[in-house]
Each structure stands twice: as C-alpha cells, then as structure tokens.
Design a protein around this ligand. Structure first.
Ligand SMILES: Cc1ncc(C[n+]2csc(CCOP(=O)(O)OP(=O)(O)O)c2C)c(N)n1
Ligand code: SF4
Ligand SMILES: [Mg+2]
Length: 373
C-alpha cells in the first residue's frame, strides 16, 4: 500500500477493494455502504496508508476486511477506545470507526458517548439495522417495542433509543443520517464527515434482509419514500412529500405536519439550521406515523403500548400489563419526561400447565379429606 505520490496514478474505487471474500449475505445493505465508502475514499486526498478502519464485532464490523487500507477488527463495543488510542498517538491518520447498533449502543454504549464527548477527530459510521445480525437476529437497542425475535419471543418490552438523539446528548459536534440505498446522499455525508474536524457521527439505516427485512421500507420503497423522507438542507424550510406540498412547523414548541396552501406557506415552516443542536434534536426524533423519517422509525414516545398485532397468539394471552396508556397518540416528541413504565407485576404470567397441576393436586387432597371424614 503506497501513497499516490508525484507521477503516480490517481487512486480509484478499485484500489480500495481488498482481496478478501465478502462474507455478508446476498442482498445485505452492508454491500451498498461499502461500495459508497470505497468510491469516496480516493477523493478525500488522503494517502491510502493513512486510512485506518476500526470496528467492533458484528456483520457490519467485518467492514475493515473489505477496504484495502489498514484496519482492526477489534473487540465487541471497544472500537472507540482503540480509535482514541490510535488517533491521539497518530493524529496524522484518518481514523474511521465502523460499528453496528448492537456493537455501538449495547455493549459499547459507554465508549461511544465518551468518544463523542471528547470530540476526537474520528469518523464514526453506525450501521443501524435494528437487530443483531451476526448472532442471528436478537433485538437491539434500536428495535421497536413489541419486536418479536428469538431473544424476545413475546415481543421486546424495551423502549428503543434514537442514535442521533443519543449522540447529540453526548455533545457530538457532527451528526448525520443516511440510508444504505441512497447512494449519492450517502457519499455526500461520508465526505462531509471526513471534512469535519472533530468527531463525526453518521447513522446509516441498513437493511438486514435476513433477520429484519424491510425495517426501513418506508424510506426505501419507491411507493412510499417521498412521503416519508425529509431531506435536510441548511437554510431551507422543512418541506417533504411526493408533491413537496407538506412541511413541518412548530406550534407550542411541538412540531406538526402542515399542508402547504390555504394560507400556509413556506415562511411558516421550520428552517433547517445545521448549527442549532436544539433543532437537530427535535428533527432527529421525528418519525412515523405522524412525521417523515428524519429519524429512524420509533414508536410514539407518548404511548409505550406495544402493537398487539406483533405479538404472537400464544404470547398475547400472557401479555404483561406494563406500559398500557390511555393517552391518545400525540404527534412527535413529547415535551414531558417519559413516564416510567410500571413494572410488570408478573411478566409472563403463570404457566397454565403448572396451574392445572396445582388445581388437580388440590382437588385430589379435597377428595381424600372427604373420603377420610
Ligand atoms: C463480549 C461479547 N459479547 C457478545 C458477543 C456476541 N455478539 C457478537 S456480534 C453481536 C451483536 C452485533 O450486533 P450489531 O452491532 O448490530 O451488528 P450487525 O451484526 O447487526 O451488523 C453480539 C451480541 C460477542 N461477540 N462478544
Ligand atoms: S445477517 Fe443481516 S446484517 Fe448480517 S450479513 Fe446477513 S443480511 Fe447482512
Ligand atoms: Mg445490527
């Protein structure tokens, strides 16, 4: 691996493709992300031997094998720690962290927030597929409430968090979100992450077609994406929709979707300001069903009731009583602190067979007593 010096040919995408067999499942969103990153790297003006990709553990974390640069496939959740050591000792390197929603937000949550807080000049790419892909489909900290997986057979009871909102809370100085299939947008965001001096945090919505297929269908399917995507541009009003006839305005400190026309114009809408973290937080938390996805779809924070339709029939009978709310869904993020969901009094109920066995024994004892009397 040598840097392109004077007289040396300019590097292209193929120079960043390694000789390793890619082990991702056919159709995985990781391929698209890899391809866009490989396209952008030669344009960044950094000699190839100065790039280092550091990952944790997960399907996404196999990324360093496939880019022809230096790299570490490191320890679960610890990529930020290794990146911190490397960047502080070798500030001349372009250091990239590649991680997944499980790697970065479960086991590595603490490391992630502190690398952001320290604002080290590294670029973090978080592939969010809302699932643990490598370990065959357990729920992750970004999986929605009610998500049925092998590790949550009666549906997840945990409220997911939003990676961008979390990064903003950790004082990240650059946050962005893109989608695996939005090739141009993704390239642009990767470029801008590199240009930013300080920690750049990029969440990439990535389809795991094996264990969580269609998790982001709203923003990737042709039929729905225009109505569900909010593309942010600095200084531009928040307009979206197939006919660009809807926008987001603020009323009583709450965002609301309005239709343009009938006295409502672009002047009434929120205007994007990249330098405003409060606005970034507000936008990060928008999502279905009331808003387009400028944030990954998450259940409305006002109601933490799991969607019953996602509960398997057997599980529904034993559905815990926590988190039931009579509050009607209010659009968007709630200004009030999230109510603590009452704990399940008996999360999984009592096994029916056990109960019938006990009843049977009681009946037998009663019969024996009456026979003896
Ligand atoms: C210390 C430790 N705990 C647990 C595991 C098992 N494990 C491997 S990858 C993974 C989760 C990966 O999920 P994510 O970061 O979302 O990556 P994806 O596979 O979805 O890209 C887990 C729990 C491990 N390898 N090491
Ligand atoms: S399990 Fe999912 S995330 Fe992992 S390689 Fe396969 S499709 Fe991709
Ligand atoms: Mg994942």
């Amino acid at each position: 691996m040598s840097a392109p010096g004077a007289g040396e040919p300019k590097l292209g995408k193929k120079d960043f493709v390694s000789d390793q067999d890619v082990r991702w499942c056919p159709g995985c969103g990781d391929y698209a992300i890899l391809s866009q990153v490989q396209k952008v790297l030669p344009e960044l003006g950094v000699p190839r031997e100065r790039f280092v990709f550091i990952s944790g553990i997960g399907c996404s974390s196999r990324f360093p094998y496939y880019v022809n640069t230096y790299g570490f496939h490191s320890i679960h959740g610890r990529a930020p720690a290794i990146a911190t050591g490397l960047k502080t000792s070798r500030p001349d390197l372009s250091v990239w962290v590649v991680t997944g929603d499980g790697d970065a937000l479960s086991i590595g949550g603490n490391h992630l927030i502190h690398i952001l807080r320290r604002n080290l000049d590294v670029n973090i790419l978080l592939f969010n597929n809302k699932i643990y892909g490598l370990t065959k489909g357990q729920y992750s900290p970004t999986s929605e409430v009610g998500k049925v997986t092998k590790s949550t057979p009666v549906g997840s009871i945990d409220h997911p968090f939003d990676p961008i909102a979390l990064a903003l809370g950790a004082e990240a100085s650059f946050v962005a979100r893109s989608v695996d299939v939005e090739t141009r947008h993704l390239q642009e965001i990767v470029r801008r992450a590199h240009e930013h001096k300080g920690a750049s945090f990029v969440e990439i919505l990535q389809n795991c077609n094996v264990f969580n297929d269609g998790a982001f269908a709203d923003v990737t399917e042709k039929a729905t994406k225009a109505d569900h995507t909010l593309v942010l541009e600095h200084g531009k009003p928040l307009v979206f929709g197939r006919d660009r006839d809807r926008g987001i305005r603020l009323r009583n400190f709450q965002p609301e979707v309005v239709r343009l026309g009938n006295g409502v114009g672009e002047a009434d809408l929120l205007v994007h300001d990249e330098t405003n973290p409060a606005l970034a937080y507000l936008i990060a938390r928008l999502g279905p069903p009331h808003f387009p996805v400028s944030s990954p779809p998450s259940p409305d924070p006002a109601t933490r009731t799991p969607s019953t339709s996602r509960w398997p029939r057997r599980a529904r009978r034993r559905r815990p009583t926590w988190g039931r709310s009579s509050t009607a869904a209010t659009p968007g993020p709630s200004a009030e602190p999230r109510a603590q969901a009452p704990r399940a009094t008996r999360p999984f109920g009592r096994c029916r067979r056990m109960l019938s066995r006990r009843r049977g024994r009681a009946r037998f004892r009663r019969a024996r007593r009456s026979a003896a009397a």
